[in-house]
Design a protein. Structure first.
Lengths: 116, 125
């Protein structure tokens, strides 16, 4: 079965899903605050804001936590609704590709922002 | 013969608690897919101001704005429902009346916050 070893037990998956929720709720509030702030700023001002250590750290932590949260959530849905093992494996691989793509693109954009 | 899968939706009487539970899962998936949009925004921003302006232009119409506003509601509803689940997991609010009430609160709060956020973005407030 394709899965992270730490999520092999349903209890661990459940616990991580809840812990990540606790961490993500204030982060989501902060993200909306920044989006509102950015909507009234120029491109250069946003670039300056994003090019700070705090912003880069926030984006990285938020992305990693968000991706694990998504993984555990989708994993739970698949366990409930997909009963064929092959379909489940293929779906899990597709989900991992999707999440890996998001992580790679986030890292790429952060790299470009740092270099700018 | 194909057996019906739980929770037997074709014979189940719809209730606010079950509808919101299904909506929680749907908004979770929509939010996950919507994160792709956020990443596209970030990538376009990181590449150049021209590309970022282009992405903004693409979403600056009724269809684009509807997607963004819908996504805002989806994220807010998902995390409000997550918060409710945290209370349930701690053993609070599990009786039927409280469960129905908190369910409606998550819908109203997410709706109001969505309106508030977009009013601030458009400079109405």
């Amino acid at each position: 079965m394709v899965s992270f070893s730490m999520f092999n037990s349903a209890k661990n998956t459940w616990k991580f899903h809840r812990y990540s929720t606790i961490a993500l709720i204030p982060m989501i509030a902060y993200l909306f605050f920044k989006i509102i702030q950015f909507s009234h700023m120029t491109y250069d001002q946003i670039l300056l804001d994003l090019n700070s250590t705090w912003s880069i750290l926030f984006i990285l932590i938020f992305t990693v936590l968000g991706l694990f949260h998504m993984y555990t959530g989708v994993h739970e849905i698949m366990e409930d609704y997909i009963h064929d093992e092959t379909t489940k494996r293929v779906s899990e691989i597709l989900v991992l590709i999707f999440l890996g793509g998001i992580f790679s693109m986030t890292c790429l954009s952060l790299g470009l922002i740092i270099l700018s | 013969m194909t057996n019906p899968l739980s929770p037997h939706l074709q014979v189940y009487r719809w209730q606010v608690t079950s509808v919101l539970s299904i909506l929680h899962r749907i908004t979770g998936v929509v939010t996950s897919l919507g994160s792709l949009l956020l990443v596209f925004y970030m990538i376009s921003f990181a590449f150049s101001s021209e590309l970022f302006d282009f992405i903004n232009f693409v979403f600056n119409n009724l269809f684009g704005r509807t997607i963004l506003i819908g996504l805002t509601f989806s994220v807010l509803f998902y995390f409000s429902a997550c918060l409710k689940h945290l209370f349930w997991d701690s053993g609070y609010g599990l009786d039927l009346i409280t469960a129905k009430l908190t369910g409606w609160i998550t819908v109203v709060v997410s709706g109001l916050l969505t309106i508030l956020i977009w009013f601030i973005i458009y400079g109405v407030i």
